[in-house]
Design a protein around this ligand. Structure first.
Ligand SMILES: Cc1cc2nc3c(=O)[nH]c(=O)nc-3n(C[C@H](O)[C@H](O)[C@H](O)COP(=O)(O)OP(=O)(O)OC[C@H]3O[C@@H](n4cnc5c(N)ncnc54)[C@H](O)[C@@H]3O)c2cc1C
Length: 360
């Protein structure tokens, strides 16, 4: 159990660290949230497509966790009393191979997930502006999306209102230990003492842990977020197909996401954005005037086995890690469960598959 005076430093004010800061501060824990950037959500979170999804290719235990993760976003919406809204539009997915849709619906239905196969008529009803309509698609009606930057800012503000000390422009250079116990962090602005340090620094985690002898296999996986200005909303749901992921952020702003390939003339992010723009025009009505306003490459922190890393580190007392993909989907549940564990000093079975020591 932690005491009233226990001081916890959370490093990283992306959506994962912001959620944790909010959850801990709301339970009256003394929290300092620090980030090297000028403000919240300046790294992967800023570039996120921000689809809250249970995914379609995970094993049952992880799938249950992801379903819980969706429920946690509903909880957070209620808890923050409408300060932010998830757009629960549902998600429509189709694949190159039509048999894939069948396979996915059968699998997800067996996990009792609310998902169904719909035909071309139903697809047209949901997306009347689609020019090229597939024969069938998977409709996951309880999925949604958020404005990841706004939500992170709100969580940081809520943490601040609950008493958290928030410091930006404070890069952590290393961790301070005494024997095997964490004592604080060395920052570019001086040392900060703490009883516990939580790292929510995404792709920065492995480098900061390495000097402590902790090797974490976390891939840095780049992906591209494109923003388009449009005269009218042409897409209603989150749509994922072999060409792109696309959704409306508002009536005037569309988001599309694509995998990063390389910096070659044919495949650099600008070239992909131009191709995506042409593909949108080919597939959707009312898109002749769309205008690309921004192309950003974000670096996703993806642990080698694809699963989150959440929990205390094996050999360093007082160090807790919280690094994951897809981090927007998982931020609300990760914040709640990590807070419960930290406060109670009891392991939560829901996190048992995600411990840092599984790589030892
Ligand atoms: C194009 C794209 C599309 C995506 N789509 C989705 C999606 O649809 N759904 C989904 O769930 N996820 C999606 N993701 C992934 C998701 O965005 C990330 O998993 C999530 O944002 C990670 O959040 P985070 O808080 O862990 O990390 P980050 O947002 O990267 O935040 C880490 C923070 O730590 C700070 N930091 C790092 N090192 C230090 C240091 N040494 N000292 C101090 N501060 C430090 C950084 O400044 C940053 O603010 C997507 C990502 C991309 C790029």
């Amino acid at each position: 159990m932690i005491s009233k005076s226990t001081h916890i430093i959370i490093v990283g004010a992306g959506i994962v660290g912001a959620s944790l800061a909010y959850h801990l501060a709301s339970k009256n824990v003394r929290v300092t949230l620090i980030d090297g950037a000028r403000g919240p959500a300046r790294d992967a979170t800023e570039k996120s497509f921000a689809w809250i999804t249970a995914g379609d290719d995970v094993i049952e235990t992880h799938f249950n966790f992801r379903q819980q993760a969706i429920a946690d976003w509903h909880r957070l919406e209620n808890e923050l009393r409408g300060a932010f809204k998830v757009n629960w539009s549902g998600a429509l997915s189709w694949y190159k191979d039509m048999a894939e849709a069948d396979r996915i619906v059968n699998k997800l239905s067996s996990f009792e997930y609310k998902v169904r196969l719909i035909d071309s008529q139903q697809i047209q009803h949901l997306e009347p502006n689609l020019k090229i309509i597939p024969d069938q698609a998977v409709f996951a009606e309880n999925e949604g999306a958020i404005d990841a930057v706004l939500t992170t800012k709100l969580l940081v503000a809520a943490a601040g209102n609950a008493g958290a000390d928030i410091r930006f422009n404070t890069t952590v250079l290393s961790l301070i230990t005494s024997g095997s116990r964490i004592k604080g962090v060395v920052t570019a602005n001086g040392n900060l003492n703490a009883d516990m340090v939580v790292l929510a620094i995404g792709t920065g985690t492995a480098a900061l842990c390495q000097p402590m002898g902790l090797t974490l296999p976390i891939d840095i996986s780049p992906a591209i977020l494109m923003k388009f200005r449009t005269q009218q909303r042409f897409v209603n749901r989150i749509v994922s197909n072999p060409f792109m992921e696309i959704r409306a952020a508002s009536n005037e702003l569309m988001l599309a996401a694509e995998d990063y390939i390389d910096e070659s003339v044919e495949n650099n992010p600008q070239a992909i954005a131009r191709r995506t723009s042409e593909t949108i025009k080919k597939h959707w009505q009312g898109t002749e005037q769309i205008e690309l306003i921004n192309t950003m490459v974000g670096k996703r922190p993806v642990p080698k086995d694809g699963q989150p890393i959440i929990g205390r580190t094996p050999d360093i007392d007082g160090l807790y890690l919280s690094v994951m993909h897809p981090g927007v989907t998982l931020a609300a549940i990760a914040g709640r469960l990590a807070t419960d564990e930290i406060i109670s000093d009891q392991d939560n079975v829901l996190l048992s598959a995600y411990r840092p020591n599984r790589f030892n």
